[in-house]
Design a protein around this ligand. Structure first.
Ligand SMILES: [Zn+2]
Length: 286
């Protein structure tokens, strides 16, 4: 508080925050953010919706006519001063005529993790496969401090994880996405790179041959190429590189999204919880 009435004084204070439940709807004409603006909704809501649907809807490829309904809470100070978006409780996002529901729910009471599930209790997030090769062993892990005798014991960071397997073994896409590169280049040899969403990309090196072309959509588990020895490699393996926000990271040290459906023991509570919310959503008309 800055008090200007008499002489200027300042002090810190706390006011209680209350949450007010609200609902909104919108139809996409050009972009989600423009629709949000037209509806006087917070840009934070755009971010949150994009995060909730990161694995199910490509927000860069929304179609005019895609539409949504949302139930959320807004924060208020003293019940009167708006203080921003609270929680998104329930959403119906219709993309290409297909509605996808999302309900926030604490699916892990021990960890207290809130996640979004659809109307059948499926988690909206999808995991990556643990490995791009079904039967393989890790021959070299991600290691930024790797030293190699051959190079005079100098540090040669290894920003991938090597999975050794016989030549010709199928290499699988670890998650759904779009092929952004399928080419042969220097030490990488023949390789494929896939963009999964706004955050994650994966890359697969030293293939004998690729099985996909640039621009192609792939599903998790699709064969995108075969193990080989092209480029800079001492033996047959795939060097699997995992990109997060444009940087190579160790996929085994990432807090990666879950794909498990909601645990059986929570499901009754979940369906009781979402029934009135779904009813509320379905009653909002465009
Ligand atoms: Zn490697």
């Amino acid at each position: 508080m800055i008090d200007l009435r008499d002489c200027v004084s300042t002090y810190n204070d706390k006011k209680p925050v209350t949450f007010v439940e609200k609902s909104a709807r919108g139809v996409i004409t050009s972009s989600l953010s423009q629709t949000m603006e037209e509806q006087h909704l917070s840009p934070n809501m755009t971010d949150q919706l994009a995060t909730i649907y990161a694995w199910t809807i490509d927000f860069f490829r929304l179609q005019p006519g895609d539409r949504f309904k949302v139930i959320y809470s807004e924060k208020y100070i003293n019940d009167t001063i708006p203080a921003g978006l609270g929680e998104i409780k329930a959403v119906m996002f219709e993309h290409r005529g297909k509605p996808i529901y999302a309900f926030s729910f604490i699916g892990d009471s021990i960890m207290g993790i809130t996640d979004y599930y659809d109307d059948e209790a499926n988690n909206l997030r999808r995991a990556f496969l643990k490995a791009p090769v079904k039967f393989s062993r890790i021959s070299s892990r991600y290691n930024l401090k790797r030293r190699i005798k051959f190079y005079g014991n100098r540090v040669r960071p290894h920003k991938g994880t090597d999975f050794a397997a016989p030549i010709g073994t199928p290499i699988l896409a670890t998650a759904d996405g779009v092929v952004t590169k399928s080419e042969r280049r220097g030490g990488n040899g023949k390789y494929v790179k896939i963009r999964h969403n706004g955050t994650y990309e994966t890359q697969y090196l030293h293939m004998k041959a690729q099985n996909v072309k640039k621009g192609q959509h792939v599903r998790q588990g699709d064969v995108i190429g075969w193990i080989g020895m092209t480029g800079n490699t001492g033996g047959p393996h795939v060097c699997y590189r995992f990109w997060k926000n444009g940087k190579q990271v160790d996929p085994f040290k990432q807090d990666l999204p879950l794909s498990k459906p909601l645990e059986e023991k929570y499901q009754d509570t979940y369906f009781d919880h979402i029934a009135p919310l779904k009813g509320q959503l379905d009653n909002i008309s465009f």
